[in-house]
Unconditional design. Structure first.
Length: 134
């Protein structure tokens, strides 16, 4: 289990994850691959695309939300053990790992909450309610 490997992991059903650390003793820090937001999430977070080039049968993203005061973003970070992993799908390129490192740094920094960011969050929330996001 090495950093940058893409695995299928067993949660409630098999889901792809990217290993962000390689500690087999305590479990590996991993991030679940999710469907792209389908809208501009600028100011709220950043997505790093993963897909066929990384051994997956679909195009997905690793989504990193920006923290804000009084706001707890949903996170797809988790810890997996060797027992959770089903099958290795592929490995990320060094360029993709660099993009993930950049996104992790950005996700660890509190961002300014502007009126345009608040409006964008409201727009995304309304689209979710109406089933407009894929």
């Amino acid at each position: 289990m090495q950093r940058g490997e893409v695995w299928w992991a067993e949660f409630d059903e098999p889901r792809p994850v990217v290993l962000l650390s390689g500690d087999e003793v305590r479990g590996c820090r991993a991030m679940q691959v999710v469907t792209p937001a389908g809208v501009d999430i600028g100011g709220l977070g950043v997505e790093v695309a993963v897909g066929a080039a990384e051994g997956l049968p679909f195009e997905g993203v690793l989504r990193f939300a920006f923290p804000r005061p009084g706001f707890t973003p949903c996170t797809w970070l988790t810890t997996v053990t060797r027992d959770d992993l089903i099958e290795q799908a592929g490995v990320l390129s060094s360029a993709k790992l660099g993009a993930i490192d950049d996104a992790l740094r950005l996700g660890g920094q509190e961002q300014e909450w502007t009126p345009s960011t608040a409006a964008r969050l409201t727009e995304i929330r309304d689209a979710l309610r109406l089933g407009g996001l894929k």
